[in-house]
Design a protein around this ligand. Structure first.
Ligand SMILES: *Cc1c(COP(=O)(O)O)cnc(C)c1O
Length: 392
C-alpha cells in the first residue's frame, strides 16, 4: 500500500525534534552537526533568537491579508533588497521554483511589450536545476526530471555550462534571454568562473538579450556576498532567489531591473501567499543579521578555511575525494566512492550533508558556523575517508 505521504523522496530513517545553531537533535537523542541546512535553507542555523522573536511577534499580530492590501513588511523588505543589489523591484513568492517561473514570465512579457512576441526562447545550461514545475524542469532539461512528464514547455535551448562559444552559436532572432546558476547546486556544485559570468553579460549586451541568474541556492550570502554574481562585478537583469532568504520560513523572491520589472503590471502575475506578513517578518529579520557589518566577510573567511581544510583531506585520500568544488559555504566533494554511501557514512558519524549530481556530496553549513564547527566537520570527513582508504 502506498504510504500516506507520497513517496517522492528516498528519506533517511531519521527524524529531528529540535535544533540549536549548527546542531540538530534527533528523536532518539543523538546530536548531528548540520551541514545540510535543509538544503541551504536554514542559513542562520536553527532557532536563531532574532528570527524566533520576529516570527512569534508577528504571529501574535497578523498572519495574512493577501496582496489586495499594502503589506508594510513587504515594502520594507523589497526596499532593502533593492538598496543592496542590482535590482529596482521585487516580486515575492513561496519557493524557488516560483521565483524562477516569475522571472521566465517576465522575460517573455518584456519582449512582447516591445512588440517582439517571437522572441521568447531562453538559453539554459547543461547540469542546471531550476525547480520542479513544468516550465522549470523544461528549462533545466534534465532527462531524469522530465521523464514521463511530456510534453515539455517549449522555448528552451541548452548549451554547455561555462562555454561561451556554444552559447553564441545557439543565439537566434527568437532568443530572449540567458538563464544560468552562478554556482550550479543540484548539478554538482560547479562554480562559474568570473570570466564566464562577465562573458555572459557581454554576450547578452551584444545581442540585446536579458541576463537571468538563478541564485535560489547561491544567493542570500551563501558565497560571501549577498549574491554570487557580485564577485564578477556585473549586473544581471533578473535574479531568482529563495532557500536562505527566510532562514527556514518558506519564501522566495524574483528581483529585476526596472525595465524588465515594468513588464508585470496589475493583473498580469500574482500569488495568494507570496509576501505575506509572516514571511516578510522573518525575511526582514534574516536581512538584519546578514546585512550587519562584516557578516559576508566572515562567511567568505570561514568558507575559505573550510575549503582549505577539505582540500588537505582530499590530498590525503585522493581515491575517496577527487576534488573540492563550489564557492563560499556552498562546497562540494566530488567523490571517488558512491556519493550516497558517503552521505550515509558521514551521517553515521554525526555529520549531515546532501547529495548532488555528478557524484558530489554537498556541504551547506549555516552561515553562522565558527572555526570549531569546521574542525569538527573536517575531522568527521577525514575519519570517513580513512575507513574507506583502509578498506580499499
Ligand atoms: C532549490 C532550487 C530551486 C527550486 O527551489 P524550490 O524552492 O524547491 O522550488 C531552483 N533553482 C535552484 C538553483 C535551486 O537550488
Amino acid at each position: 500500500m502506498i504510504p500516506a505521504v507520497m513517496p517522492t523522496y528516498l528519506r533517511a530513517d531519521l527524524a529531528f525534534e529540535r535544533g540549536e545553531g549548527a546542531y540538530l537533535f534527533a528523536t532518539d537523542g543523538r546530536r548531528y552537526l548540520d551541514f545540510a541546512s535543509g538544503i541551504a535553507v536554514t542559513a542562520l542555523g536553527h532557532a536563531h533568537p532574532h528570527l524566533v522573536k520576529a516570527l512569534t511577534d508577528q504571529a501574535a499580530k497578523l498572519w495574512h491579508t493577501a496582496n489586495l492590501f499594502r503589506i508594510p513588511g513587504q515594502e520594507r523588505l523589497a526596499e532593502r533588497l533593492v538598496a543592496n543589489s542590482f535590482a529596482d523591484a521585487v516580486f515575492f513568492t513561496n519557493s524557488g521554483g516560483e521565483a524562477v517561473e516569475c522571472g521566465l514570465k517576465m522575460l517573455r512579457k518584456y519582449h512582447d511589450d516591445f512588440g517582439d512576441p517571437n522572441r521568447y526562447r531562453v538559453i539554459t545550461c547543461g547540469g542546471a536545476f531550476h525547480g520542479r514545475t513544468l516550465a522549470t524542469i523544461s528549462a533545466a532539461g534534465q532527462e531524469k526530471h522530465l521523464k514521463g512528464f511530456a510534453p515539455r514547455v517549449e522555448g528552451f535551448d541548452q548549451v554547455a555550462f561555462g562555454n561561451l562559444n556554444e552559447l553564441r552559436a545557439a543565439i537566434t532572432a527568437e532568443t530572449a534571454a540567458i538563464l544560468v546558476e552562478p554556482v550550479q547546486g543540484e548539478g554538482g556544485m560547479r562554480a562559474a568562473s568570473i570570466d564566464y559570468l562577465r562573458g555572459l553579460r557581454a554576450v547578452a549586451d551584444e545581442y540585446g538579450l536579458l541576463l537571468f541568474f538563478d541564485e535560489v541556492q547561491s544567493g542570500m550570502g551563501r558565497t560571501g556576498r549577498l549574491f554570487a554574481h557580485e564577485w564578477a562585478g556585473i549586473e544581471p537583469d533578473v535574479v531568482a532567489t529563495a532557500k536562505g532568504i527566510g532562514g527556514g520560513f518558506p519564501m522566495g523572491a524574483c528581483l529585476a531591473k526596472e525595465k524588465v520589472a515594468a513588464a508585470l503590471t496589475a493583473g498580469s502575475h500574482g500569488s495568494t501567499f507570496g509576501g505575506n506578513p509572516l514571511a516578510m517578518a522573518v525575511g526582514n529579520a534574516v536581512l538584519d543579521v546578514i546585512l550587519a557589518d562584516g557578516f559576508f566577510d566572515r562567511v567568505d573567511r570561514i568558507g575559505r578555511l573550510l575549503r582549505d581544510r577539505l582540500e588537505e583531506v582530499a590530498r590525503r585520500h585522493p581515491k575517496v575525494i577527487e576534488e573540492v568544488r563550489g564557492a563560499g559555504l556552498m562546497l562540494g566533494l566530488k567523490c571517488g566512492v558512491p556519493n550516497t554511501e558517503m552521505v550515509a557514512e558521514l551521517r553515521e558519524r554525526g555529520l549531515l550533508s546532501v547529495g548532488a549530481g555528478d557524484n558530489v556530496v554537498r556541504l551547506l553549513p549555516p552561515l553562522i558556523i565558527e572555526e570549531s564547527h569546521v574542525a569538527e566537520a573536517v575531522d568527521i570527513v577525514d575519519q570517513t575517508c580513512r575507513r574507506w582508504q583502509e578498506a580499499a
